[in-house]
Design a protein. Structure first.
Length: 143
């Protein structure tokens, strides 16, 4: 009986240890890219354009269903950045980073409590965001 219990514990230990490769560490590039993407949302919450200046690459473009087709950084600042004043917070539901691509699905909250839900694709290069493509339903804000 005692041998059976020891054997069962050894099997459980082996199964636990064999699962560890499933939780392999992320590469430094993936860790950096995820950090940069999270900083993007933090900039909106903090209303801090300087954070975005540090993480948006030269040649940055933004695309969305609102008629933004690969607009430049200058146009992005004029059209999109003012939304930061109405944004209270982001609850990032899913952040998936694969190499220099990242996908984020989130719930955003306006200052007056309205919910908007988007998914965004980011393309990164050398630790900076080169492209952001936003997908949303019916103009973002829900009643």
């Amino acid at each position: 009986m005692k041998t059976t219990k020891i054997f069962a514990n050894l099997i459980m230990g082996w199964m636990t240890l064999s699962a560890i490769p499933c939780f392999a560490q992320k590469s430094p590039d993936i860790v950096l890219n995820e950090k940069v993407v999270r900083e993007y949302y933090s900039a909106y919450e903090k209303k801090d354009w300087h954070i975005l200046e540090l993480i948006l690459a030269d040649g940055f473009t933004f695309t969305s269903p609102a008629g933004d087709d690969h607009i430049s950084l200058k146009q992005y600042k004029e059209r999109c950045w003012p939304n930061s004043e109405n944004t209270k917070r982001f609850d990032l539901e899913k952040v998936i980073v694969s190499g220099d691509d990242a996908f984020v699905t989130y719930n955003g909250w306006t200052n007056d409590g309205r919910l908007f839900r988007n998914t965004e694709r980011f393309r990164l290069k050398d630790g900076k965001i080169i492209e952001n493509e936003c997908f949303f339903w019916n103009g973002c804000a829900l009643p």
